[in-house]
Design a protein. Structure first.
Length: 518
């Protein structure tokens, strides 16, 4: 089964106005530990007893961590971590439900970038950040040369034979490399997948002709790499006062990129608004947050509610929650909160080198997409391959996903709708698939869920996102009157009042189908 796109979190635990922090995972390069942080008592922080727990400790598990830098969670909850000293990528997943991934079979070396470590003979001498393009089940890793070994490169990794690693022949290659091996002229750090499906990375060279900032990789000739002329271009080279340094790159739930300039104490937000292939034009970038005190922000993570989480190691280890509550396009007074502080918490994160949202298990099967593979969208407004028909805000169309567990005895199912206008959204359940699973035209989109319909609830999108159930709502199985063995379909019907397509002022997401377990 193909994984869902994972560059934006599939987990939204609260509406945008709520202060509760979502669970995050943190890689700590001082204590060689992978931490999981959760706001168990909903007070907005991770500082209380039991809220920061070790997912993996290298003194217990079988793999050493030496300089664990990048971290990314797949939609199935598996945590992947890059280590620049071990020249490897490790995977971690709690299989027996004891709260950690220290046990045999719960961690593996997903990619071995040491000499002779993989059959493709691809070296990864300094693995920095990594990201999953889950639509294609492909990993990209930003790796720098060691000064004498390897290349400054963006690696492409894929587990072709589903054996749990990317170490077999043909499963790893250099998607992009800096021409030649001049030390210091390239230092790839953060890597991300854009909404356009292309790879973006931040580079922090210390010498040479290129500026420090974000670059865009496009495989123009469809030969499987971005090594040809014109396939790497500057995307955003920020202005700066003193020497900048960029460690990370993150795509927010709002479609904007974010990067932290640790040299100038600024988090930048940028986006290509006019479609010219860069974010250098007026209005396409802003110094989104200027830190109020000395900091060293290593990494950023984007919550589905619009919040950005920042891992900071100076002067003490902290995790910040940044949320633009007044929607003025930047972080001001009262909009940044230290949700973790090592001087207050029960567990000490020595150096929060990388951070990501902790994802839950994917539930159900998405179907009935508005990309032209089924029923045509009503006015040629085809969307992307993972959502509904295009709307007036998101050309890729609105997307519905199920996360958690669809079990009558342990119902943790959450329906997550994204890429919608900030308007009302009706979540509903059906007993059949409309149009034999291909959908039928309805408003500006396609009706996918049919049969006997139950309205689960109306939510209000913020930042294009909403979820069911929200705070105070009944569980899906309770509201839907479901029993073990019931096959059900789900969809979101949302308001899109712009003059966009059909005379009706509404559209729909793709559908999700599932069968309820006991």
């Amino acid at each position: 089964m193909k994984l869902l796109h994972a560059s934006i979190s599939v987990l939204a635990l609260a509406p945008a106005a709520a202060a509760q922090s979502v669970p995050v995972v943190v890689t700590d390069s001082t204590t060689d530990t992978i931490w999981r942080c959760a706001d168990l008592n909903a007070d907005g922080d991770y500082d209380d007893a039991g809220e920061v727990v070790a997912l993996y400790t290298d003194t217990i598990g079988s793999f050493p961590l030496s300089n664990n830098i990048g971290i990314h969670t797949a939609p199935d909850g598996t945590v992947y971590v890059s280590d620049s000293s071990e020249d490897s990528i490790f995977s971690f997943r709690d299989m027996n439900g004891d709260g950690d991934a220290d046990d045999a079979g719960e961690h593996a070396r997903f990619f071995d970038g040491r000499a002779g470590g993989n059959a493709s003979n691809v070296l990864m001498p300094s693995a920095n950040s990594l990201v999953l393009d889950a639509l294609n089940d492909v990993w990209y890793v930003a790796s720098a040369n060691s000064g004498s070994t390897g290349n400054d490169a963006i690696l492409r990794l894929v587990d072709l034979n589903n054996d749990g690693d990317a170490n077999d022949l043909g499963e790893a290659f250099e998607y992009w490399t800096y021409p030649g091996t001049p030390t210091g002229e390239s230092l790839p750090q953060g890597v991300e997948i854009g909404l356009d499906g292309n790879v973006y990375f931040v580079d922090a060279p210390s010498t040479g002709p290129n500026g420090k900032g974000a670059y865009r990789l496009v495989d123009l000739n469809s030969d499987g790499d971005a090594l040809d002329a014109g396939e790497v271009t500057p995307f955003f080279i920020p202005p700066f006062a003193v020497t900048p340094f960029f460690w990370c790159l993150e795509l927010g739930a709002d479609g904007w990129f974010y990067t932290a300039d640790s040299g100038n104490e600024v988090v930048w937000r940028f986006r290509d608004l006019n479609g010219d292939g860069d974010a250098q034009d007026a209005g396409e970038s802003i110094a989104w947050w200027t830190t109020a005190s000395p900091s060293n922000i290593w990494d950023l993570a984007a919550g589905a509610d619009g919040a950005i989480y920042a891992a900071d190691s100076t002067p003490v280890s902290r995790i910040w929650r940044l949320f633009d509550a007044n929607s003025d396009g930047m972080i001001g007074a009262g909009e940044f909160t230290a949700v973790y502080d090592e001087t207050l918490a029960g567990a000490v994160i020595g150096n929060p080198r990388g951070i990501d949202i902790a994802r839950e298990n994917v539930a159900g099967t998405p179907y009935c997409f508005g990309d032209g593979t089924g029923t045509a969208c009503p006015c040629g407004n085809a969307g992307a391959a993972d959502g509904g028909c295009a709307n007036s805000i998101f050309a890729s169309g609105a997307r519905l996903q199920g996360v958690g567990v669809a079990s009558i005895s342990n119902d943790t199912l959450m329906l997550v709708g994204t890429r919608m206008p900030n308007s009302s959204a009706l979540y509903f359940q059906g007993t059949a698939s409309a149009g034999s699973g291909l959908g039928v035209v309805f408003g500006d989109g396609l009706r996918c869920a049919g049969g006997s319909v139950i309205r689960l609830g109306t939510q209000f999108n913020a930042g294009g996102v909403s979820t069911y159930p929200g705070p105070g709502d009944q569980a899906v199985s309770v509201r839907g009157l479901d029993a073990a063995g019931d096959a059900r379909t789900y969809q979101v019907w949302y308001r899109n009042a712009a003059s966009f397509c059909a005379p009706e002022t509404f559209n729909l997401t793709n559908g999700v189908s599932l069968t309820w377990a006991p």
